[in-house]
Each structure stands twice: as C-alpha cells, then as structure tokens.
Ligand binder design. Structure first.
Ligand SMILES: *Cc1c(COP(=O)(O)O)cnc(C)c1O
Length: 390
C-alpha cells in the first residue's frame, strides 16, 4: 500500500503551505519514533507515569447476566482518565526530540487538551490549546484543568464554535509557526503521518490485552469491541489483533437519537466518502458536500469524519461498524455503575451498550471491551439526560 494510504483512504489533502511541516514530521516519525532510545523513554513514561499496563478485568457480574465472558481493558485507569494520554506523551516526546519549543492542540470536550497540557507540563514545553467557545462553556472544568497545568486555552469564535473549528485554527497556527511548533493531533485522523503515528502510540493497548488474556484464559478472544470517535482507542486495541483473522473486531459509533432523525455521528451508517481536514475518509455531508452538524450524548464521539484506516478495515470486512443510540448508552452506563462499581465514560458506554443489546450474538463468547475512559466528566450530562433536558 502507498505510504500514508489505507486502500484509497487517508493521504495528505492539505494546502501547499503545510507540506514542509508534514514532511518534517514524517521524517521525525520514521527516524526518531522508531529508534531504540525513543522506544525506551516512551515505555518508561507509559509504565511509571501513565500507569501501564492497565488491568484486563473480568467483569463477572455482567458476564453472568449476559451469558458471555466479558473482559474490560481498563484504559479508564490511565493517568488523566482515558487512553488519550498515551498518544499525547508520544507526540510531545517526539516534538521535544525534534527540537520544538511549543506545542499546540485542538480539543472538543477538553479531554485531549487536558492530556496534551499534562504531557507538555511533564516535558517542559509551552502549550496552547484551541477550543470552540461553545465547547468552553459546556466543558468549563476542563478549561480550568488545562489552565492549572500551565496551558493557554484560546477560544475559537468561528463556524459552529466546536471541535472542527478548533482544528482549523490549530492548523492555521501550525502553518504560521512551524519552525518551533508541533501540532499534537488527538486521534488517528488528519493527514499522513498522523493516522499511522497515533496508531503506533496507542497500539500498546492491544498488545497488552493479547498478553494478559493469554495469561488468564490461554487463548485469544472471540471478539474485541470499542467505541469509535476519531478512532484511536479502537485502533489501539484492534491493530495488534488484525492478523488473527478469527478474532472479530467491532467498532461502535454514536447513533445519537437515531439515524433517521439526522441527529447522530454514525459516519459509516449515514456518511459518504469525502475529504475533510487533511484526509479522505467517510464523512457526514449534505448533497453539496457541506459538512453536516453531528450529535452524540458523548462529546468524544461527536465528529463528522473518522480515521481513514477504519474505512479500509470496513471495506475489506476485517472489522464491522455498528451504532447504538443515546438511550441505550445511558442504560449501559447505569449497568456498569451498578453491576461492577465502575463509572464509565459515555464514549466507552457505547461499546458496552452494543454487547448488552446483542447478548445472543456473543453467547458463551470471550469478549474484550475497551473501556476507553472514566465517566466523572460525564456525570452532569447523565443527570440532565435523566431529567429529560437532553
Ligand atoms: C476522546 C475519547 C474517545 C473518542 O476518541 P477516539 O479517537 O475514537 O478514541 C473515546 N473515549 C474516551 C474516553 C475519550 O476521551
């Protein structure tokens, strides 16, 4: 396959002015990230700072109830509460080794912004985070968190004032300040080398899961299930399993209030191939190619496009993509709280919801769900939903 492409997806669809930055990053990725010294330093931080390996936990109570054997990969126990820190530390370490002094990032709900601000504080680089002003209102605590960590949060007052507008601003900043700045993109999306590089930083999730399940059960799982926003937590756990054809891979998108209502973020169910923010991929767009507004109860899945490698896995049928609705997600959230004493992120609850909704599909099977993050950040949303305000 052509470098930077997954089948016909991916690529580098960016303005000419951004090409030197991508070329430099590509070079850094293929030389520095793959060097022994980098790998050693990176895995040191993953172990002692992030808290890896994260546990692979047998969810006995839910298993009994559903008639399956369900394991949870506990990315919610990572420092800062989700899988995103793995990628953030990888990229900030790379930036430092490339001689950059300044880090920029985009954020939607603020989780990636917090992870990047954390990594920048740890490694001593200046950090600016772009965030839509609508999101800043909805996620005030994460704005405070980033500021406490020493980052500057720049509000973006353009378009829908949310994630995609923040990405546009971050790209603009990068073009202007490319000499001393690295752009930490938060998922397996954007122009090459981001999808490949981010995958490399998060694939530790799947590598650990294979080893851990081998110890506990002496075999591979029958299925691996993960939620898909941009697609990094899913790619992180899927990637090491791709070669084992007998393991089913299932990505769960945000069905919102239902595909027919138009209020969702299910790119595979409701989108068409398009080019957006540097990559060719599935995209929610209208008849004129304008990007559609999306909806999900979980901010982290609320994005109009999806990582290009997921499109390739779908086309080649190596992975299957499904969706669940907001109400099913809330039900799964409650189940995990009450049965296992774990408060999951609403994003991760999508993966649980799909398994919960289809027990007969998984009967007697050994299933791993990637529990991508913890749900403390979502409590207000759940309370409002219960009151009928969402
Ligand atoms: C950001 C986020 C996601 C979605 O991002 P991916 O790149 O699809 O993983 C999922 N779960 C949690 C907890 C998140 O914070």
């Amino acid at each position: 396959m052509k470098r930077g492409y997954f089948g016909g997806y991916g690529g580098q669809y960016v303005p000419e002015t951004l090409m030197p930055a991508l070329k430099e990053l590509e070079k850094g990725f293929y030389t520095i990230v793959r060097s022994r010294g980098f790998k050693r330093e990176f895995s040191g931080y993953l172990k002692d700072y992030v808290g890896r390996p994260t546990p692979l936990y047998f969810a006995g109570n839910i298993s009994k109830r559903l008639g399956i054997r369900l394991y949870l990969k506990r990315e919610d126990l990572c420092h800062t509460g989700a899988h995103k820190i793995n990628n953030a530390i990888g990229q900030v370490l790379l930036a430092k080794r490339m001689g950059k002094k300044r880090i920029i990032a985009e954020t939607g709900a603020g989780q990636h912004g917090v992870a990047t601000a954390t990594a920048a504080a740890l490694l001593g680089l200046e950090c600016v985070v772009y965030m839509g002003i609508e999101d800043m209102k909805r996620q005030a605590i994460n704005v405070t968190r980033m500021e406490m960590l020493g980052a500057e949060v720049r509000g973006v007052d353009a378009g829908s004032r949310t994630l995609k507008d923040a990405i546009n601003e971050a790209l603009r900043d990068w073009v202007t300040n490319v000499r001393d700045t690295h752009y930490v993109l938060g998922t397996v999306f954007g122009p090459h080398p981001y999808p490949t590089m981010v995958k490399e930083f998060v694939s530790v999730i799947g590598k650990e899961a294979i080893r851990q399940l081998k110890t506990k059960e002496g075999r591979l799982p029958d299925a691996v299930v993960a939620c898909v926003g941009g697609g990094s937590n899913a790619m992180g756990i899927f990637y090491p399993f791709i070669r084992y054809k007998e393991v089913g891979l299932i990505g769960v998108e945000a069905g919102g209030t239902g595909i027919e209502t138009g209020r969702h973020a299910a790119r595979f169910a409701g989108g068409r191939i398009g080019i957006f923010q540097g990559a060719k991929s599935y995209l929610l767009q209208d008849a004129n190619g304008q990007v559609l507004k999306t909806h999900s109860i979980s901010a982290g899945l609320d994005y109009a496009s999806v990582g290009p490698e997921h499109c390739y896995l779908k086309d080649t049928k190596r992975a299957e993509y499904v969706y669940v609705r907001d109400d099913e997600v809330i039900e799964a959230f409650n189940l995990l709280c009450q049965e296992e004493g774990i408060i999951p992120a609403l994003e991760s609850s999508h993966a649980i919801a799909y398994v919960m909704k289809n027990p007969s599909q998984f009967r007697e099977m050994l299933v791993i769900v990637n529990l991508s993050g913890r749900g403390d950040k979502d409590l207000a949303t759940v309370v409002e939903y219960m009151k009928g305000n969402i």
